[in-house]
Design a protein around this ligand. Sequence first.
Ligand SMILES: Cc1cc2nc3c(=O)[nH]c(=O)nc-3n(C[C@H](O)[C@H](O)[C@H](O)COP(=O)(O)O)c2cc1C
Length: 290
Amino acid sequence: MALKTYRLTDELTRREFDSYCIIPSYIGAEEASVKAEYFGEVYDSPVMISTLSGLDNVSLSKAAVMTNTLDWNGVMPVETGLAILETGVPTILSSKPLADLDRILEMIRLYAEHGAKGFVMDADFIFDNTTGYYRNHEKFGQMGRKTADDLKAMVNASSLPIIIKGILGVPDALACREAGVKGIVVSHHMGVMETAVPPLRMIPLIRQAVGDDMYIFADCGIRSGCDVFKALALGADGALVGRPLVEAFAKGPEAAAEILNRYTNELRYYMSITGSCDIQHINREAVMKL
Ligand SMILES: Cc1cc2nc3c(=O)[nH]c(=O)nc-3n(C[C@H](O)[C@H](O)[C@H](O)COP(=O)(O)O)c2cc1C
């Protein structure tokens, strides 16, 4: 059954991106480097595949190989996750917030043993957005409450960086940091809430609250390199792209890689014209809210 989502939430998210304008700074500006570091490794771009499921993820991961980016994945059978890891592509694998914490911990340990680069859990999948009860998904199983202690158990299960997706509020972001979570994905999961706050609105507030020792990934509504630039200028470390890649991937991983490359090239342009020589030196003064 398809996840119920709200178009209005996407519209508000779009409006937030469009409410920022670019102020260029040409004098002394040079060609920007878009290389990005995550969890100790350097990649060619901060524009990445979001956590997508229900696709041929082994094939989709080729788009990450073609663009030399970190490969994120949605929920999938463990064997598929292992098959992706076997190809050698630097990969983040995921689980839903299952009620059975032990299953999540087992997965973390297994993926860590097989060389994953991180493990992400979409906390915003806990509750069914049509009933308000814990989600009992026909394919993924029973979801359940996740406490700060559960997050700590996930962090302590292995050396794998833990990332929590679906964070929108500052208290959740702080709870994640407190538990030792290494990264958060600021996301409303393509609009599971009617009128969810746009992730872009929350990124600066979350960055200010958590400081610099946690990765923040922007998700939802990223449709150009200009959008990526705005997310980075407001405090994100990287950006995840969902539906445009699903659409392109219908034609194969090359078409998905083309979208990632296009957004990356556009990002380089916006970085170059704003005197942002690299990701660490994004000119935060270069975006202004109208
Ligand atoms: C086909 C499809 C499958 C998805 N599967 C997952 C998933 O398994 N786990 C998850 O956290 N998010 C999943 N998502 C949500 C995306 O990761 C992302 O949050 C969402 O698409 C918002 O980004 P967008 O506006 O660029 O599409 C899925 C989205 C799509 C379109």
